[in-house]
Design a protein around this ligand. Structure first.
Ligand SMILES: [Zn+2]
Length: 262
């Protein structure tokens, strides 16, 4: 049984998304027969075509929050899962803002599209759900969509944790304890912290506390791209002693006894 991650993008933040300096299609997790598309932002479908991932085979769409770089292609993907809206199947998991709407955010997915999937789950941190053998737990985030959630996947090859957009908080390490792979949205490089997002230095602090087998940085803002994500990942690797890499568009990670980057 294959367990893998495909990065359908490694970009994030307003201007990387607007100019598509890096793709913003999210992350695709395959754990045997269960396939999850996490945060399908603008161009997710284009990247699936480019990297040979079949949208109709997806089981679950997981959307962390109601910012455009995380949800815009989700409705088309729901149509892909449900055979063009004719077969009720699959699941949609999202933050309260994505599913129900919150404050100035209308629901990010229309009532029509929510009606096409078999299960719709509006999650707050701590809630979990099982789909076949895969357990998914919502984790805390500290973002300017206050309902933002991350995802902790208990796969057949161990825990893969996806941190959503967040500011630094000491409690985050606990949320992702025991993860073999930790995916972190590092929007900003060393020396360029902004509120509600992680910078390289803060990512290092979380990685040092969680001690995953592999840490993957993604969701790069323009300034991060200018400052070279590979250099930033190497800095964390040296600082923490934990294998840390920067995602690339189309990067595939295969998880077995060993973790391999393809
Ligand atoms: Zn965001």
């Amino acid at each position: 049984m294959v367990t893998s991650l495909t990065f359908l993008g490694s970009g994030g933040g307003r201007f990387t998304t607007i100019y598509q300096v890096r793709a913003t299609g999210g992350v695709y997790l395959e754990d045997g027969r269960v396939r999850v598309h996490i945060d399908p932002g603008p161009g997710a479908l284009v990247q699936m075509h480019r990297f040979n991932v079949n949208p109709t085979k997806t089981d679950i769409i997981a959307v962390s929050h109601a910012h455009t770089d995380h949800y815009t292609d989700a409705e088309v993907l729901i149509e892909a899962i449900t055979n063009g809206g004719t077969k009720k199947k699959g699941a949609l998991i999202g933050s309260k803002s994505v599913i129900e709407g919150y404050d100035e955010f209308d629901p990010a997915i229309s009532r029509y599209h929510r009606g096409l999937v078999d299960k719709v789950l509006s999650f707050t941190p701590g809630e979990s759900f099982e789909y076949k053998h895969l357990r998914i737990k919502a984790t805390k985030s500290f973002h300017n969509d206050p309902t933002t959630i991350g995802f902790r996947f208990e796969t057949t090859k161990g825990v893969i944790s996806y941190m959503a957009d967040t500011d630094y908080d000491d409690s985050l390490a606990e949320e992702h304890e025991g993860a073999r792979i930790l995916i972190l949205p590092v929007t900003r490089p060393l020396g360029a912290k902004i509120p509600y997002h992680l910078s390289t230095k803060e990512a290092a602090k979380i990685i040092a506390a969680v001690k995953p087998e592999l840490a993957i940085l993604t969701h790069f803002g323009l300034k991060m791209i200018e400052e070279n994500p590979d250099f930033q990942a190497d800095w964390i690797w040296k600082e923490t002693g934990i294998r840390t890499i920067a995602a690339d568009d189309g990067m595939v990670v295969e998880i077995g006894k060993k973790i391999e980057i393809i």
